[in-house]
Design a binder for this molecule. Structure first.
Ligand code: NAD
Length: 502
């Protein structure tokens, strides 16, 4: 750990548990063993506020992945895990949730230090969401079953279905909500009886490695969960083509998701793709303008805009557009840009120099395209990969800043004149992850909800996410669902059984 990072951690103070974790050599978790990469390779982990080196993590080889797949296969094809009764799986998942809860403060600190995000938000959103997800799916473990049918075919039959776990699940996740996204994949898969090979994002693997310790402590058998840290182009690519992986559950960008999906289809792997978004927000003329402006700012700038379903395109009725913009900016000024460990931080640094440059490039592209910069647009002064919350006004739907996912704190806005135009603007996008409506007119709200091409529609709020509700996109935002009872369909095979009776 370099001295800039040490000074930062000392300044805000972190728990002894986090200090202990950060000062030990990081290893991967394969088949219940803690291992380095087979060729000894590792990569620096850079802390996004100080830009200093925090620690190093192993960079796995294909041979390491092979061992992880074999460990997961062995457990799935006849290990102790497959023999556990549903209530025993349920108990293990609850024990895991208990351990995450017990270590929540440490996990939140790790998540903040690794990603740059607010430690308060990490505790309240990422880690609480992780605990809730494991608890929700723990309950499902004992409630998965098939049905009996009443065939009309001549003769006597017992016809029933069995729900069987899909097998070894390969999980590939991005860096914006590292542990929470992982919980979305693992909670349901473990409840169904699957085993897993998990690749965290190379930028943010620390919480997954700490989580692996808790998996071991909870008593989940070795080989059921394997955490392989490494590059997408090596480990992720090898997972997409590995015949020992039955299902791939990928969260990340649409271009990488397409590559992963094509490779998976070559082997008929089961597939879930949770991809990018450019979610529209419609603020109707009757909306409570001040409340809508606050919610839209939160929905666009939370987690420094590094949120897949962030509401990044706001279309506002012309009659309230100016007032909305004033309220939006007044509120946005109150959102504090600060290092993630600062308890008052709302907007932390972005995850990496590369991401900061990408977002600043898009702001420049917007200016060149003729979008009017209304607020922000600069990197903040001093160290850290900060970008100010940024608002463009009077944008056109053919601009790149309106069509493409920026994944930073940039909100594009435009006025609309009638509902039909608003819906057309909202749907004019390759993405379809989420949409939001601000209005208190129930009739209009219910009329508009079916017209919006999005996997989730939020009304008078943004990103209200809970494990009981499915999450997943329409169009190029993905394929399949995470969370909710719906996720189980993507992790279970249905076997039809016909027994001819005498
Ligand atoms: P990314 O696609 O670059 O990387 C995601 C993961 O894929 C990482 O673990 C990476 O190592 C791996 N990867 C990279 N190349 C690969 C390859 N060739 N084969 C297999 N794996 C590979 O995405 P990112 O920049 O880490 O994350 C941001 C993106 O994730 C945004 O587009 C965001 O919208 C999306 N996202 C979507 C959701 C959702 O639920 N829909 C949630 C969070 C983030």
């Amino acid at each position: 750990m370099d001295s800039k990072v040490k000074h930062y951690l000392q300044h805000f103070g972190i728990s002894e548990a986090t200090q202990r974790f950060l000062t030990k050599p990081q290893k991967m978790f394969i088949g219940g063993a803690w291992v380095e990469a087979s060729d000894g390779a590792s990569a620096e982990v850079v802390e996004p506020y100080t830009e200093g080196v925090l620690t190093r993590i192993p960079m796995a080889t294909r041979a390491d992945l092979e061992r992880a797949v074999q460990a997961a296969r062995a457990q799935f094809d006849g290990g102790a895990w497959r023999r556990l009764k549903p209530l025993e799986r349920e108990r293990l998942l609850h024990r895991l949730a208990d351990l995450i809860e017990l270590n929540a403060a440490e996990l939140a600190e790790l998540e903040s230090i690794d990603t740059g995000k607010s430690v308060v938000q990490a505790r309240e959103v990422d880690i609480q969401g992780t605990i809730d997800t494991f608890r929700y799916f723990a309950g499902w473990a004992s409630k998965i079953h098939g049905r009996t049918a009443e065939p009309s075919l001549p003769g006597n039959y017992l016809a029933y279905t069995r729900k069987e776990p899909v097998g070894v699940v390969g999980v590939i996740v991005p860096w914006n909500f590292p542990l929470q996204t992982l919980s979305w994949k693992l909670g349901a898969a473990l409840a169904c009886g699957c085993t897993l090979v998990v690749k965290p994002a190379e930028l943010t693997s620390l919480s997954a490695l700490r989580f692996a310790e808790l998996v071991q402590e909870a008593g989940i058998p070795d080989g059921v969960v394997n955490i392989v840290t490494g590059r997408g182009s090596v480990v992720g690519e090898a997972m997409s083509t590995h015949p020992g992986i039955d299902k791939l559950s990928f969260t990340g960008s649409t271009p990488v998701g397409c590559t992963v999906g094509k490779a998976a289809m070559d082997q008929m792997k089961r597939l879930t793709l949770e991809l990018g978004g450019k979610s529209p927000v419609l603020v109707l003329a009757d909306a409570d303008v001040a409340a809508a402006a606050r919610a839209v700012a939160n929905g666009a700038f939370f987690n420094s805009g590094q949120v897949c379903d962030a509401g990044t395109r706001a279309y506002v009725h012309r009659s309230i557009y100016d007032q909305f913009l004033r309220e939006l900016v007044d509120y946005t000024r109150t959102l504090k840009l600060a290092p993630g460990l600062d308890p008052d931080c709302f907007i932390g640094p972005l995850v990496s120099r590369q991401q900061q440059e990408r977002v600043l490039d898009y702001i420049e592209i917007g200016r060149r395209e003729g979008a009017e910069l209304y607020y922000g647009g600069q990197p903040a002064e001093g160290p850290g990969y900060f970008v100010e919350p940024t608002v463009f006004v009077n944008c056109r739907n053919d601009m790149r800043i309106v069509r493409e996912e920026i994944f930073g704190p940039v909100l594009v806005t435009a006025p609309f004149d009638d509902e039909e135009q608003a819906v057309a603007l909202a749907n004019d996008s390759p993405f379809g992850l989420a949409a939001a409506l601000y209005s208190n007119d129930l009739g209009r709200v219910h009329r508009l909800i079916p017209l919006l091409q999005a996997g989730t529609v939020y009304v008078n709020a943004h990103s209200t996410i809970d494990p009981s509700m499915p999450f997943g996109g329409y169009k190029q935002s993905g394929y399949g669902k995470d969370l909710g009872a719906e996720q189980l369909d993507y992790l279970l095979e249905t076997k039809a059984v016909w027994i001819t009776l005498p």
